[in-house]
Design a binder for this molecule. Structure first.
Ligand code: TPP
Length: 187
């Protein structure tokens, strides 16, 4: 499965959600499908997308929140999983695209390439629902089940270590930040 195919498959389902992504490849891929005001692409702060999502989910319990994370980012801040589990907002879906690589900075292998199991770590951290998927059909099924379950869920989706040719887009961080904030105020 490629990550962009996974994003395309659930793109319409993101419409009512507040969506927080990590920087780099996934942000560029989501923007290439179509930027929306409810998408926030967190720059630089590896491992903190789930923390930003957690803050939104707790302060806006009626808004479904989707975090699009990466294996390298999660590994850089494993404590983010324990904090999610501690507060376990029902309106947060945490998707980790695991390409076993720091793709956005050249593709260096991460610990998931040598067997570290992020879904098992998430479960052990106390995330009430976790899933590990390897193909598109299973990803969409787990995504839909998680949205229906209304329970904090982490889905770890194994994806190919391929991404867009360029990661820089013409959407400035501050512009994105103010758009997203204004959008949340309407929800
Ligand atoms: C704290 C920190 N260290 C290093 C970087 C540089 N950096 C930007 S993206 C990235 C790789 C992210 O890897 P992953 O989360 O697996 O996502 P992928 O690029 O594979 O989609 C790195 C190391 C950063 N942004 N922040």
């Amino acid at each position: 499965m490629t990550r962009i195919d996974a994003l395309r498959a659930v793109y319409d389902r993101l419409e009512p959600c507040a969506v927080v992504t990590i920087m780099g490849a996934v942000a560029a891929e989501l923007q290439s499908i179509g930027h929306r005001q409810n998408f926030f692409y967190l720059q630089h702060a590896m491992g903190l997308a789930s923390s930003v999502g957690l803050g939104i989910a707790l302060s806006r319990p009626s808004v479904p929140v989707v975090v699009l994370d990466g294996d390298g980012s999660v590994l850089m801040n494993l404590g983010g999983l324990t904090t999610l589990a501690r507060y376990r907002p029902r309106n947060l879906l945490h998707v980790v695209f695991d390409n076993e690589s720091l793709l956005s900075v050249g593709g260096f292998p991460t610990a998931t390439s040598t067997g570290t199991n992020l879904a098992a770590i998430a479960a052990a951290a106390g995330i009430p629902r976790t899933a590990a998927v390897n193909d598109l059909e299973a990803f969409v099924t787990e995504f839909d089940d998680a949205q229906r379950a209304r329970e904090l869920t982490t889905i770890v989706a194994k994806v190919d270590a391929i991404g867009p040719a360029a990661f820089v887009t013409d959407l400035e961080l501050l512009e994105n930040r103010f758009q997203f904030q204004r959008h949340l105020q309407t929800r």
